[in-house]
Design a protein around this ligand. Structure first.
Ligand code: TZP
Ligand code: MG
Length: 219
C-alpha cells in the first residue's frame, strides 16, 4: 500500500513541486503504467490517475497496476474522482472535482491520513475547499488547454490572488509547459501539475526532469 504516515502528509505536500497526471487518453497510445514509470524516473513526485471514460473495472485494473509501480518507487498515488477505486487499490488519496463526492464523504471512505485534493477554478472555490478540509487545491486552468477544454483559462493574476488568500498548498494546473513555466513561477507558486507536457511528450522522463529542474531553481 505504501501510504504516507499521517505526520508525513503535510510536509510532503509542502515540499511537493512536480505533480504528474496520467491517463489512457493522454499517453500518446503508450501504456499508462510505463509512462508513469518514466515520469517517476524523470522526477515526478506524485502521480495521479485520471480516467474520464473508462468503466470502473478497467479504471480499477490500471489503478492497481499503478499502485504497484508507485509503491515500489515510494511515490504517492492519487486517484481522480473515485474514492472507491482509491480505497480499493490502497492509493494515497483522491482528487475531487466540484461535482464529485464532498471532502467529508471521501474522508469517510479513505480515512484521515488520505491526501484529498480539490480542483478549483476561482478564489471562492479555493477558499471553500480550504474550509471544507482539503489537503491541497489544484487551481486552473491557468492557460487554455485541450486537456480540459470546457473550462475557461483563469490566468496568472487569478493564480496570484488565490496564492495570497489560501494557506493550503496550491498546485497550478492547465496548459503549463517549459515555455510558460517561468511566468508561472513568477506568481510565487511552488507546485505545478501537468498532463500533456509530460504524459504526451516524446521523452517523458526528460520532460519531467526539465520541469522539476525549473521548479527547483525557484526556491
Ligand atoms: N484541471 C485543470 S486544467 C487540467 C485539469 C485536469 C488539464 C491539465 O492538462 P494539461 O495537458 O497539463 O494542460
Ligand atoms: Mg472529478
Amino acid at each position: 500500500a505504501a501510504r504516507l504516515a499521517p505526520e508525513e502528509k503535510t510536509s510532503f505536500l509542502r515540499k511537493l513541486r512536480l505533480y504528474v497526471i496520467v491517463g489512457s487518453a493522454h499517453t500518446a497510445g503508450r501504456p499508462v503504467v510505463s509512462v508513469a514509470q518514466e515520469a517517476i524516473r524523470g522526477g515526478a513526485q506524485i502521480i495521479q490517475l485520471r480516467e474520464k471514460e473508462l468503466p470502473a473495472k478497467a479504471f480499477f485494473e490500471t489503478a492497481r497496476a499503478l499502485r504497484e509501480v508507485t509503491a515500489k518507487a515510494g511515490v504517492p498515488l492519487i486517484i481522480n474522482d473515485r474514492a472507491d477505486i482509491a480505497a480499493a487499490v490502497g492509493a494515497d488519496g483522491v482528487h475531487l472535482g466540484q461535482e464529485d463526492l464532498p471532502i467529508a464523504a471521501a474522508r469517510r471512505i479513505l480515512g484521515e491520513q488520505a491526501i484529498i485534493g480539490v480542483s478549483t477554478h476561482s478564489v471562492a472555490e479555493a477558499l471553500r475547499a480550504e474550509k471544507e478540509g482539503a489537503d491541497y487545491i489544484g487551481f486552473g486552468p491557468v492557460f487554455p488547454t485541450r486537456t480540459k477544454p470546457e473550462y475557461a483559462a483563469q490566468g496568472l493574476e487569478a493564480l496570484q490572488k488565490v496564492l495570497s488568500q489560501v494557506r493550503l498548498p496550491v498546485v497550478a494546473i492547465g496548459g503549463i509547459t517549459p515555455a510558460n513555466l517561468p511566468a508561472v513561477i513568477k506568481t510565487g507558486v511552488k507546485r505545478i501539475a501537468v498532463v500533456s507536457a509530460v504524459a504526451s511528450a516524446p521523452d517523458v522522463a526528460a520532460s519531467a526532469a526539465l520541469l522539476l529542474k525549473m521548479l527547483e531553481g525557484s526556491y
